[in-house]
Ligand binder design. Structure first.
Ligand code: NAD
Length: 512
């Protein structure tokens, strides 16, 4: 008989434990109070729930192997208005398609004039997995985006919610951290289905959130329209609906959104880059940058930087990669991606005034700045080895892996970490929330003036922590935060976050 030996297994490595490495490192460095550390190591609440929606009838392309059987099927004529095209090549069928229609159907197959053969797939209910992680509220209500994407998981939302706790502390806005969303590819749904899914999500979420409790915002796959739906569903039937307007941020400016919110994350990143150059006695004008992601953050950062005289050389997004050594005209690319109805994927791929290159080649473009503004985990160790830039300015959340970080440091490539680089969004979200509370509407000049001052002063504090140069100037005071030794910028940002959060526990104490 063999004796069983209890093995002490090392903790399971997950995206969450990996993302928390910098938290652990900074906690060790500042000797973070043991109990505060435990409060922050795991989220306060992890909500997982399910949302059902009735999907409409679809016409999906008939596989080529089945097509010969329907050679003789005559054309059907349906009102084009009643067929909503989806990215997977199918159509969502709406009843109005039958107005004055001429339909020939055999075994549920129809031939659409000029389009080919389609199989009718009857509408059915579908179940989607939904999340809201509430990480910490020591400094104020939970705050964080809503992501609709097919690759989300509880672990990912834990990472993103914790990032929000650090980011709100670094931005010095009175919020904690949260994040949530739905496991769904929104591009596979019709506009009506997406609306129904969004409303149902809020129906389930309503008991868990509120303007003084947890405040969602847009993230990947959601926008101001979705925020408007979330607002309506939350306030529907309430006696004092107008006082609840701050339950979501990122709304359209006509329904309580803030001027400058749409561009805020890109704007904040541009302010950080400007400050990076100012510190070297220079300006971004004349620099060259490479971009990953041409969505909200990427396209706005590109527009603002090119307005400052910086040249965009290459862009990669989910659809492809483009490169022009002479520079890409950003407003022209924006209109190619966003104003062109046939560009349904809103991709830079196929842009005629640049070469199409592979994603692999993007990393080797010789430039001054790389801006990752797509998804997380893109700048791995091997990618970091190949970069030919001086500065990585993170627009996306978590774009650099811990190994990527080590390689960047080894190669002397500087970093503007995500928690300050993309903090512009949450800073202006705070301005939106406060405008909603006060029933005010600020001008874009006022918003950007406040944003510039906030981002740059917090950036300077992080830089001082990193270089261990405690200072008190007219715009910032880093004396309380420096730790007596130099640290990298990502650790410095985390030190700032933890010291600001710890102060709440130290000065307010713990409720039992
Ligand atoms: P978005 O949906 O508007 O755009 C995402 C972009 O990334 C698109 O251009 C898409 O084509 C590209 N992309 C997606 N998958 C890709 C892949 N595998 N390879 C290359 N490109 C890919 O999203 P967004 O709002 O611009 O957000 C981008 C990032 O910034 C996310 O990490 C998000 O969490 C972060 N962020 C956004 C905000 C905000 O205010 N929007 C604030 C803070 C952080």
């Amino acid at each position: 008989m063999t004796a069983r030996v209890a093995s002490i297994e090392p903790p399971r490595q997950t995206v969450y434990t990996e993302a928390m490495e910098v938290f652990q490192r900074a906690s060790d460095l500042i000797g973070l109070d043991r109990r505060v550390r435990m409060e922050l190591e795991e989220p306060d609440y992890e909500h997982i729930f399910y949302v059902t929606v009735k999907l409409h009838t679809r016409l999906t392309p008939l596989p080529a192997s089945e097509q010969p059987r329907y050679k003789d099927l005559p054309d059907s004529e349906l009102l084009p208005d009643g067929l909503e095209p989806l990215l997977d090549g199918s159509f969502v069928f709406k009843r109005r398609a039958l107005i004055n229609a001429n339909v020939f159907m055999r075994d549920g197959v129809v031939r659409l004039k000029g389009k080919g053969l389609y199989k009718v797939v009857p509408g059915r209910p579908e179940r989607f997995k939904a999340y809201r992680v509430q990480h910490n509220q020591a400094r104020g209500p939970y705050k964080g985006g809503t992501r609709f994407h097919q690759d989300v998981s509880l672990d990912l939302f834990k990472v993103l919610a914790a990032e929000m706790t650090w980011k709100t502390a670094i931005a010095d806005v009175p919020f904690g951290g949260g994040k949530g969303g739905i496991k769904v590819d929104p591009k596979t749904l019709s506009s009506e289905e997406l609306e129904a899914l969004t409303l149902r999500y809020m129906y389930r979420l309503k008991p868990l959130i509120g303007p003084n409790l947890d405040i969602p915002a847009p993230d990947v796959g959601t926008d101001g329209t979705i925020m408007g739906l979330l607002l309506r569903q939350f306030t529907d039937g309430e006696r004092e609906r107008h006082s609840l307007r701050g339950v979501v941020t990122g709304k359209d400016t006509r329904i309580g959104g803030s001027e400058g919110r749409v561009r805020a994350t890109g704007q904040g990143l541009a302010y950080c880059i400007q400050e990076w150059y100012a510190d070297r006695g220079s300006v971004p004008a004349g620099s060259r940058f490479v971009l990953q992601g041409f969505g909200n953050v990427g396209s706005n950062a590109a527009e603002i930087l090119s307005g400052m005289g910086s040249k965009l050389l290459a862009v990669n997004d989910a659809g492809g990669t483009i490169f022009n050594p002479n520079g890409i005209d950003v407003p022209d690319l924006v209109s190619y991606v966003y104003d062109n109805p046939s560009n349904m994927r809103r991709t830079v791929a196929g842009y005629p005034k640049a070469q199409q290159i592979s994603k692999n080649d993007l990393w080797e473009v010789d430039a001054d700045i790389l801006i990752p503004a797509a998804l997380g985990g893109e700048i791995t160790g091997p990618v970091a080895e190949r970069l030919k830039v001086k500065l990585v300015a993170e627009g996306a959340n978590g774009p650099t892996t811990p190994e990527g970080d080590r390689v960047l440091a080894k190669r002397g490539i500087e970093l503007i970490p995500d928690i300050i680089g993309n903090a512009g969004g949450v800073t202006v979200s705070y301005y939106e929330w406060i405008q909603n509370k006060r029933m005010e509407h600020w001008s874009e000049t006022e918003v950007n003036g406040r944003l510039e001052q906030a981002i740059k002063s917090n950036y300077r504090i992080i830089r001082d922590i990193s270089r261990n140069t405690p200072r008190r100037t007219a715009t910032h005071n880093s004396q309380r935060y420096c730790i007596g030794r130099e640290v990298d910028m990502r650790t410095a940002a985390m030190v700032l976050a933890l010291k600001r959060i710890e102060a709440h526990y130290q000065l307010e104490g713990f409720s039992q």
